[in-house]
Ligand binder design. Sequence first.
Ligand code: ADP
Length: 478
Amino acid sequence: MGKKLKILFAAPEIAPFVKTGGLADVTASLPRALKKKGHDIRRVMPEYSQIKDKYYKNIKYITDFETEVAWRDEYTGINYTEEEGVPTYFVDNKYFFSRPTLYENGDRHLQFAFFCRAVLKMLKKIDFKPDIIHTHDWQTAPLNLMLDDNYNNNYYKDIKTVYTIHNLAYQGRFGKEILYDVLDIDEEYWYYGITRHDGLINYMKSGIMTADKITTVSSTYAEEIKKPYFGEGLDYALRMRDEDLSGIVNGIDYNDFNPETDDSIYFNFNRDNIEKKYENKKKLQHDFDLEPDPEKPLIGVISRLVSQKGFELILHIFDELMKEDIQFILLGTGESQYENDFRRLGNKYPHRTSINIKYDADLARKIYAGTDMFLMPSRYEPCGLSQLIALRYGSIPVVRETGGLKDTVERVSKDGSMGFGFSFPNFNAHEMLYEIQRAVKMFQDKDRWKKLAGRAMKQEYSWKRSAEKYLELYRSIQ
Ligand code: ADP
């Protein structure tokens, strides 16, 4: 199997300790999958006060030292726990990490510069010299930069970095003055434009420019972000690093999301007894005040209600969509304008729609299990997990062909014998409607639809495959 690798994940969040987004799922699951392959995988994150007691009580002190940042020596505690077999370190400093929010603090440039410097110092103290440090998003981007600036220092000389962009929109932009005080980085980095974007220090750009390899969470998104429309102003930097930029799609936890064992759903089922899936549909219709009719295709949406997810398209053609003999169930929270628009439509079409404005992980699973189709017309989608969960539960995705949606959903062929989803290329409401109509038509042929649902459930989007791809990438820079 080749050399065993030593890899440190340095991340702003790791589930289940702290989670605000998909990043935390990646830093939870990918290390586990890599560890199973026999590598020495460890993780480090800030010890936020937001970590729940249940996990906090297992975190034990190992050592402490001082880290210099902005001319001050800051206490740096290193604490430790193991979670599902993965060694995990925590950088403890109450001043920096005992805050009301994780990332919205006025001195966040200082918090994460401190974290990155502390992590590098920690390696010497715990005597762990990784082959690769895998950093994530703007918060840990300065670590790539600091390593680059330190390349003459023997201890750090051979350590390589892989930098994963989960959300390009959040970049960490700060005034130039922090270059010396906070980052303690050579002035050349500013003059050559490595840290500079629009006259500001940009952590994300610094990370992109100084990492050995850069990844994002799907191949299509890795291409898209090199174009101005998706690039959030940094498309030129990504084009400069073109040769080192690639996409690796996220997986989902196949043990956790398993319709055969999931105790949140009404009836367990698998590919061989898909009839039981339809029992879930019946119960969902009953519990959510939808007409109890198995012949009507039931379309689900589970999402943050934000503009990224393409709700304009659904709202624009909703009345036309309702001319089809379908039902619609939505679960989501977000911007109040969308919440209100959907509530209004819910009132307009009682017994045919069920609008649930809340966050409810349990209900989400019931919807994946009980719906025939899952609608996700995103404007952009770095990876997307919902369509992967939908496939696992035999709910056929109807998606816009962007980012990870394009990479994971194969469009059903004309005769329905190949493919396992429906998709449309342009951000256009009628293209979406046409594709839904195509799905509704195919739904009428029960046998064909069952085969289609079976094919969807057969797809393999677990972490196993993605972990293999990350390993290939790590090995390419050894
Ligand atoms: P994003 O990370 O951009 O929100 P993803 O598709 O990658 O989108 O992941 C969204 C995850 O959050 C999915 O697991 C989805 O089921 C879940 N989710 C979104 N909204 C809700 C909600 N209101 N209630 C329960 N789960 C939700």
